[in-house]
Ligand binder design. Structure first.
Ligand code: SF4
Length: 348
């Protein structure tokens, strides 16, 4: 059975109280936050597949790491599975934004599945780097979290050449065959600071360590971390909207704590905000991970307004306008129909 997290039953929540604090109550709302171009494309890909082929459309793993998004797509007819062998032969399957290894692609072919690859193009870029460095017989130190789908997919491109480095501490102990032929790559959704610490420690041990040709940590992860650093410096409390299995959301909580927030918590839904988090809090920072629809942030703002935090100031550190075109399998099938999303994703 799929191990995909589900929305817990809605709790009956006591309304938050507007208690007095020292200073003016306010919210600093980080921007950019929420949906990135890769998540937007993946979600639209499932919606388009459902419209084009009809339900059910199968999705391997969570299309993006957000319970709300998964629940909404299930209501439209998507069926989420852990592996392709759970899917009836000949069905349509969407591969998630986190990417898949070549083994998964070939397992889908063996079952004659019609695959739509919604891997984020920025994850595909890392896959290509892994293939190229493996071809040149480099040992690849892949900084990332063992067991995360993206890491499994990237490592699966060159299993004999990749060693996963989970943390700065592991950089001190990892062994390589030939220290003169080592390169580091990374998961796209890590903490920038922690990754650089890992790289520095690796370079102390392997001075000839090569860098990736360009940043592997993606623009969206970096931008959200820069924004929350600025907010956290002035915040008594930071609330990050995002799911527990969302790497970039969890990193935002850590970054907020590191950069000055007195406390930081992650919530999937507004009804998880606790009264005691607000005790003595004048300034609340709010942000959301790259897989989080804006509606969930607005619900958190509503709940905070009930508690007296109706004064919301946006703190913007970057503009984002990147959009990716839909997966090629859908573009081909939809070509001929007049549909702007087929060519350019969507903005909202
Ligand atoms: S977080 Fe970055 S790598 Fe992941 S889907 Fe979004 S843009 Fe792509």
């Amino acid at each position: 059975m799929p191990q995909i997290p589900r929305r817990r039953p809605t709790a009956v929540r006591e309304p938050l109280q507007d208690r007095p604090v020292d200073g003016r109550k306010r919210v600093l709302l980080a921007a950019p936050r929420g949906y990135c171009a890769g998540v937007d494309r993946a979600v639209v890909a499932v919606e388009k597949a459902l419209q084009r082929y009809g339900a059910p459309v199968y999705v391997r793993k969570q299309i993006v790491h957000n319970i709300h998004v998964v629940t909404e797509l299930e209501a439209q007819g998507a069926i989420f599975v852990d592996e392709v062998d759970e899917i009836p032969e000949g069905s349509h399957v969407v591969f998630s934004a986190h990417g898949v290894s070549p083994m998964v692609v070939s397992a889908a072919e063996d079952r004659h599945l019609h695959a739509i690859d919604a891997t984020c193009p920025l994850v595909t870029k890392v896959h290509r780097e892994a293939v190229r460095f493996a071809r040149d017989d480099f040992e690849i130190l892949l900084i990332g979290h063992d067991g995360h789908e993206e890491v499994e997919g990237t490592a699966g491109e060159a299993p004999d050449h990749v060693t996963v480095v989970n943390s700065p501490a592991e950089a001190d102990t990892v062994e390589v065959r030939d220290p003169s032929k080592v390169v580091w790559l990374s998961q796209t959704t890590l903490s920038v600071d922690e990754t650089m610490e890992t790289v520095n420690r690796l370079r102390t041990r392997f001075p000839e360590l090569q860098d990736p040709p360009s940043d592997d940590i993606c623009y969206a992860t970096q931008n959200r971390q820069v924004a929350i650093k600025k907010v956290a410096a002035d915040a008594d409390l930071v609330i990050v909207v995002g799911s527990a299995n969302s790497s970039n959301s969890v990193r935002l909580v850590e970054v907020a704590r590191e950069y000055g927030a007195k406390a930081a918590y992650r919530v999937d839904y507004a009804d998880e905000v606790q009264q005691e988090w607000l005790d003595g809090v004048a300034t609340v920072g709010v942000t959301s991970g790259a897989s989080v629809p804006e509606v969930l942030v607005q619900e958190v703002l509503q709940v905070l307004a009930e508690a007296g935090y109706g004064d919301v100031e946006e703190v913007r550190t970057a503009e984002e306008d990147l959009m990716f075109s839909l997966p090629k399998e859908l573009r081909q099938d939809i070509s001929g129909q007049r549909d702007e999303r087929a060519l350019g994703g969507r903005s909202r």
